[in-house]
Ligand binder design. Sequence first.
Ligand code: URA
Length: 235
Amino acid sequence: MSDPIADAAYASPAIEDARRTGAPGLVELYEEIADCPACGLARTRTQTVPGSGPAPAEVMCIGEAPGAREDEQGLPFVGAAGRFLDELLGDIGMSRETVHIANVVKCRPPGNRDPQPEEIAACQPFLDRQIALVDPLLIVTLGRFSMARWFSGTTISRIHGQPKRFGNRLVVPMFHPAAALRRGDLRTVIHADFARIPALIEEARAIRAEAPSDATDPALAATAVPPPSEQRALL
Ligand code: URA
């Protein structure tokens, strides 16, 4: 039987991280995500993996979905792909402590299968709120599932490393670090794409300075975020 006092005191590693960074609104968002029953992944997850890092943050990396390690530890990108992401960030003088890291889907798909459209749709309001709180100047999409939100009718092989402006931010699609770990030829490509990030941050700062309040990102504005009660009705 669960102990309500112990349950109330328990905060997942992601919630602790959000408390530590003091990001306003993020703790509440992560707590809502922790209770989310909106798709079948709620029955198979060990815990939700909402994200890590500060909000606001200049750079936000958005991956696909938690894997086994992330499901166990409650934080994104803590397995092999995460270690490679740390290396890629380190090479450009950045660290995960200064970057906000999230996924399109907040619960592990069993056996690390691809997230299904209804799972992505169920998580979309959470990701939209997270992006609004982080308000990044630069979004780095990792892999095709996060890329699909901003870029359609194309492939990652065609557009990786090429930024596009949405509202007053830049979005740059990149290969998923796990794909680069599987294919040696992509390793060089992803290193080269990440090497462009510092210049893209400069470009994005200039865009934000010139358009501080034009936050309209059409990819996000297209989605009205339903209140939590309606999110549950997505079941
Ligand atoms: N792959 C992802 O897309 N996200 C993670 O958190 C880990 C691996």
